[in-house]
Write a new protein. Sequence first.
Length: 66
Amino acid sequence: PELRDDLLGPPELLGVETVTAGGPVYRTVVRTIPDAQWKVARELRLRQTEALQRAGLMPANTPGSA
């Protein structure tokens, strides 16, 4: 809800872009209003990381995790 005014549409998870030693890299696309892209990107990465950790798909101490 706090990002609703910054988004021009729902985020789209396009799938796995690459697989690295640290795990898969997912491609997600989201359209935002001008000047909101960095705030939305940070929050989206945080929420995705937390969701993967809760699901047991990513350990909490993975490099690059929130």
